[in-house]
Design a protein around this ligand. Structure first.
Ligand SMILES: [Zn+2]
Length: 825
C-alpha cells in the first residue's frame, strides 16, 4: 500500500496533539496462531446501492493446521449473519454459531484432523457504513468495502464500488480468517448493473446477462494469496488493453481518461520485464490490471493482479509533459506482486518485508530507467523525509509493540526501510543482493516470511554474517548522527579525520568509503565507523584538496561535515556523485550571503541534472538584493532555454520579481506553453510584474479546462486579485487541484473567503475545503486535518467575527460564522 504521495510542507503550527494512551507498549503483537488454514473461498456478492450494503454468500473450504479442531473462528466485522451451515455434498447442515459483531465462532459437527478439509457456508449482509469500532464510534477509515456516490447524487463523480483489504478490511465484506499469514485460492462472483464493468483477482471466468438488467461476472484466482489482497472493483470504466509478452495488462480508468491511460500506465509492461530480470522470478500471476478509485482512502494498493490507484493518478496529457508523478507508485505496487503478494509478511510487525521492498523498487526503477542522478535524488529525498521526522527515531523497523497495526505504515517501514535495503545491497554487492532476493522469493512463495528469513537468504548467498546489520537496522531503532572533522598537519604531512557518533542510544557499525583527492586523482579507503569516536589518519605528500567521508552518500545518517566552502566547491566539481553535488550546493545555499558561495551556486544553476538546477532556484534568497542582481542573467537564460519544464517554470516565476518590462514578451509567449508548469509559472511571473494584466490573462485562461500548476496559478491569482464575480471559476479550479496543490492554494482561498460577502458563496467555498479535508489520504490526516479545522476554518470565522460589529452585513456574517463552526469537527 502507498499513502498519498505528497509530503506536505505546511509550516503552520499544529494544535491538539493526539491523546497519549500508552497501554499498547505492553501489548505484544504475536504472529497470528494458525489453527485452521484457509484453502479456498467462493464468494457470491450482490449489491444494494441504496443502502450501501452487500448481500453475500461464502463457501469457505478450510482444514486444521495441525491439531484436531471442532470449531472455526472467522473474522466478520459488523455483519448480519443469516445462516451458517456445513456443506455436505449437495445439502447444507446447519451449524451452531456465536457472533459478537466482530468474530463469528462456529461449532463444527465433529472433530476434524489435519488434512481433513471441510466447507462452511455463510449467508450474510455486509454493512460497511454502519460499522462500529470496538467502542461506539463509526469507522471511517477502514470500512473494507466502499460505495462511492452509490445513488448518483453527487454531480461530477462516478458511481463506483471498490474494496480496500489491507490491513484487515476484507472481513468487513466476507467472513474469513483475515490475517496475512493465511493464503487461499478464491472465486468471486459479482452481480452488478449491466452498464458497469467489474474487476477482481485472477481471470474473468464467466459473464452472464440476467433478465433484470444485471450481469453476473465470476473471477477466479487459482493461486493462493492472502485475504487482505482480495479485491472487487465495479463502475463505469474504460478498459484500456496492453500486453506483457502474452499476458493481459489492463488499465481501468474513467472514460474521459481513456486516451491518456497509456501515457499514465504505459510503462507497466517494461517494469514487469525489469522486475522479472532483477528478481530472477517471472511475474507470478496470470494478468495484471490497474484500476482507479474516486475518494480512495490511500495512495494505491497492491491487490493481487488488480492494483487500485487513487484517482489522483488520472492526469491529462499536458500534466504528463511535466513528468508522470505517479510512475514510482506504479512501480511500487507492481513490485508488491512479488514482495507482498507472492511472498507475504507473517504479521504486520514484519511489514518491512512487503513495504520496504516496494519502497526500494522505486529507486531500482528510477536507476534503471533514468540513471543514478534521479535514483539518488529519490534516495536522499526519502532519507531526509525520515530523518526530518524525529518521532520516527524511537521506532524499530520490525516492531512487536504498536498502538494500531495501521501505525506500521510509516516513514520507518517505507522510507527508512528502503534506504536500509540500499545499504544492504551496497554492502553485499549487487550479485549477492539480487540472488538473495531470488532465494527468498523462491523459498517463501505462496507463503509467509519475516525479516529473519530475509537475513538467512542473503547470508546463504553472500556467505557473510549479517546479524550485526539486521540487529542495528531491523531490530534496533534510530540512526547515526555523525560529526566529521578534519585536521590537516602540513608539518607531519598527514590528515586526521575524526568521526564522532553523537546520537543517544546505541552506536552504529558503518562500512564507509573515504576518498582523498589531490587534483583529479582520487584514492579510496574503505573503513569501518563503529566507536563513539573513530580517528583515521592518512599521510600525504601535498595537502589534499578534499577528504570525502561517506564517499557514496548512501549511509542512512544525519551528519555535520566540517568541510569548508572551498572543499565543497571542489567536491561539486570533482566528486560528481549526485549526493556530492547536492551536499555541496546545500552548503552554498546555507551560506549564500557569503561572496564565495556565489560561484558554486552559479555552477549549480548549470548542473547537468534538472533537479539540482531547480534546487538552487528554489533556495535563492530573493530578499537579498545582491543575490537577485548576481543571478538575473542566469535565471533569464534558464527561463528562455531550459529543456526541463519545472526548471524553466521556476525561472519564469522568479523572473517576475525583477519587475522588468523587458520580460513581458517572454512571459506572454510562455503562458501558452503546452507544459502546465511553464504556463502556470509564466502567468505567475507575469502577474507579479503586472498584476492587472495577469488577472486579465487568468480570467481568459480559465475559460478552458486547465489542471496542474496552471490551474493552481489561475486559482491563486483569481483568489488574490479577483472579486466575487470570479467565485465560480475559483471553485471550478480549486476542485481540479491535487491534494498538494489544494494545500498550496488554501491560504489564498481562505483570504478570499474572508473578503467574500455573499453567504451562499462563502458556504460553497467552505464546502470545498471541507470536501478536501474529508477525502484526504489516511497518511496525511493526522497532520493536516487539525490545521484545516483549527487554523484555516477557525481563522476565517474569527476574521469574520472581528468585522461583524457595526457592519451592515452583520446578520449575514453571523450566518457564515455559524455555518463554518458547524463544519469544524
Ligand atoms: Zn506498498
Amino acid at each position: 500500500m502507498l499513502a498519498g504521495l505528497a509530503i506536505f510542507h505546511v509550516t503552520m503550527a499544529q494544535s491538539n496533539p493526539p491523546a497519549t494512551d500508552t497501554n499498547w507498549k505492553s501489548i505484544y503483537r504475536a504472529v497470528p496462531e494458525k489453527i485452521n488454514d484457509l484453502v479456498h473461498a467462493k464468494i457470491d456478492a450482490r449489491f444494494d446501492f441504496n443502502q450501501s450494503r452487500m448481500k453475500g454468500k461464502v463457501w469457505l473450504t478450510v482444514q486444521p493446521h495441525l491439531y484436531p479442531v471442532n470449531s472455526l473462528e472467522l473474522d466478520a466485522k459488523g455483519m448480519d449473519i443469516h445462516q451458517v451451515a456445513l456443506v455436505k455434498g449437495s445439502s447444507n447442515q446447519p451449524l451452531q454459531f456465536k457472533y459478537d459483531g466482530w468474530i463469528l465462532n462456529i461449532k463444527l459437527d465433529k472433530s476434524y484432523q489435519q488434512n481433513e478439509k471441510y466447507t462452511v457456508y455463510v449467508e450474510y449482509t455486509a454493512k460497511p457504513n454502519d460499522l462500529k469500532a470496538k467502542g461506539s464510534e463509526a469507522i471511517k477509515d477502514a470500512r473494507g468495502l466502499y460505495f462511492i456516490n452509490p445513488k448518483g447524487e453527487e454531480k461530477n463523480k462516478p458511481t463506483q464500488i471498490w474494496t480496500q483489504g489491507e490491513t484487515e478490511g476484507t472481513s468487513v465484506w466476507v467472513p474469513i480468517i483475515d490475517k496475512p499469514n493465511q493464503k487461499c485460492t478464491d472465486e468471486i462472483t459479482m452481480t452488478v448493473p449491466d452498464k458497469f464493468v467489474t474487476l477482481s483477482n485472477g481471470k474473468l471466468a464467466s459473464q452472464k446477462k440476467n433478465s433484470d438488467g444485471t450481469r453476473t461476472d465470476t473471477w477466479k484466482m487459482d493461486l493462493p494469496h492472502s485475504p487482505y489482497l482480495f479485491f472487487m472493483g465495479i463502475g463505469d470504466y474504460a478498459v484500456v488493453k496492453d500486453k506483457y509478452k502474452n499476458m493481459d495488462v489492463d488499465y481501468y480508468v474513467d472514460p474521459e481518461f481513456a486516451s491518456v491511460a497509456k501515457g499514465i500506465f504505459g510503462l507497466t509492461p517494461q517494469m514487469i520485464g525489469f522486475f522479472e530480470k532483477i528478481t530472477g522470478v517471472n511475474y507470478p500471476w496470470n494478468k495484471y490490471a490497474q484500476i482507479t478509485g474516486h475518494d480512495y482512502v490511500s495512495g494505491a494498493m497492491e491487490n493481487t493482479t488488480a492494483t487500485l490507484h487513487s484517482d489522483a493518478a488520472q492526469v491529462d496529457a499536458r500534466q504528463l509533459i511535466d513528468g508522470n508523478e505517479w510512475e514510482t507508485t506504479i512501480a511500487h505496487e507492481l513490485f508488491h506482486q512479488w514482495f507482498g503478494d507472492y511472498a507475504t509478511t507473517k504479521s504486520w510487525s514484519n511489514l518491512t518485508v512487503n513495504e520496504s521492498f516496494a519502497d526500494y523498487s522505486e529507486y531500482l526503477w528510477l536507476e534503471h530507467q533514468y540513471g543514478l542522478d534521479k535514483a539518488n535524488e529519490d534516495n536522499i529525498d526519502q532519507m531526509e523525509a525520515y530523518t526530518g521526522s524525529p518521532a520516527q527515531e524511537e521506532k524499530k523497523l520490525v516492531r512487536f509493540y504498536y498502538a494500531d497495526k495501521e501505525d506500521m505504515f510509516d516513514l520507518v517501514t517505507y522510507q527508512k526501510g528502503g534506504r536500509i535495503l540500499h545499504m544492504l545491497r551496497k554492502y553485499v554487492g549487487d550479485s549477492a543482493f539480487f540472488k538473495g532476493l531470488n532465494l527468498y522469493l523462491n523459498t517463501y512463495k505462496f507463503s509467509n516470511a519475516d525479516a529473519n528469513q530475509l537475513r538467512l537468504a542473503i547470508e546463504q548467498v553472500s556467505g557473510k554474517d549479517l546479524n550485526w546489520f539486521f540487529n542495528q537496522w531491523y531490530y534496533g531503532n534510530g540512526h547515526p548522527k555523525l560529526d566529521i572533522a578534519y585536521r590537516y598537519d602540513d608539518a607531519a604531512k598527514k590528515v586526521v579525520i575524526t568521526v564522532s557518533q553523537l546520537q543517544d542510544g546505541n552506536l552504529f557499525k558503518l562500512p564507509v568509503a573515504i576518498d582523498v583527492y589531490n587534483g583529479t586523482s582520487k584514492q579510496r579507503r574503505e573503513v569501518w565507523i563503529e566507536n563513539k569516536v573513530d580517528t583515521f589518519v592518512f599521510a600525504y605528500k601535498t595537502k589534499p584538496d578534499l577528504v570525502n567521508v561517506d564517499a557514496e552518500k548512501f549511509t542512512l545518517c544525519e551528519k555535520d561535515d566540517h568541510k569548508t566552502l572551498e572543499n565543497f566547491a571542489f567536491q561539486f566539481k570533482n566528486a560528481q556523485n549526485y549526493g556530492d553535488r547536492r551536499e555541496a550546493l546545500a552548503a552554498a545555499i546555507r551560506e549564500q550571503q557569503k561572496p564565495n558561495a556565489l560561484a558554486l551556486l552559479e555552477a549549480g544553476l548549470h548542473d547537468r541534472y534538472p533537479g539540482l538546477r531547480k534546487m538552487v532556484l528554489d533556495s535563492l534568497d530573493f530578499r537579498n538584493q545582491n543575490i537577485q542582481t548576481t543571478f538575473e542573467s542566469s535565471i533569464a537564460e534558464l527561463a528562455k532555454t531550459d529543456k526541463d519544464p519545472k526548471v524553466k517554470g521556476k525561472a519564469l516565476e522568479l523572473l517576475g520579481f525583477y519587475k522588468n518590462p523587458n520580460y513581458v514578451s517572454l512571459f506572454k509567449q510562455n503562458i501558452n506553453d503546452s507544459s502546465y508548469s511553464v504556463a502556470g509559472s509564466a502567468l505567475f511571473g507575469y502577474t507579479i510584474l503586472d498584476p492587472s494584466a495577469g488577472l486579465v490573462s487568468a480570467r481568459d485562461i480559465v475559460k478552458q479546462p486547465v489542471r496542474g500548476k496552471l490551474a493552481e496559478s489561475v486559482g491563486i491569482i483569481l483568489m488574490s486579485l479577483g472579486g466575487e464575480e470570479d467565485f465560480d471559476n475559483i471553485a471550478k479550479t480549486y476542485s481540479v487541484l491535487s491534494g498538494q496543490e489544494k494545500l498550496d492554494a488554501i491560504d489564498a482561498f481562505s483570504a478570499f473567503l474572508v473578503r467574500t460577502q455573499s453567504t451562499d458563496k462563502v458556504k460553497k467555498g467552505v464546502d470545498l475545503i471541507v470536501d478536501y479535508r474529508d477525502h484526504m489520504s489516511a497518511r496525511n490526516k493526522d497532520e493536516i486535518i487539525p490545521i484545516i479545522n483549527n487554523v484555516i476554518l477557525k481563522g476565517i470565522a474569527t476574521q469574520k467575527s472581528a468585522t461583524k460589529s457595526g457592519s451592515t452585513n452583520a446578520v449575514e456574517l453571523q450566518k457564515q460564522i455559524d455555518y463554518i463552526n458547524e463544519k469544524i469537527k
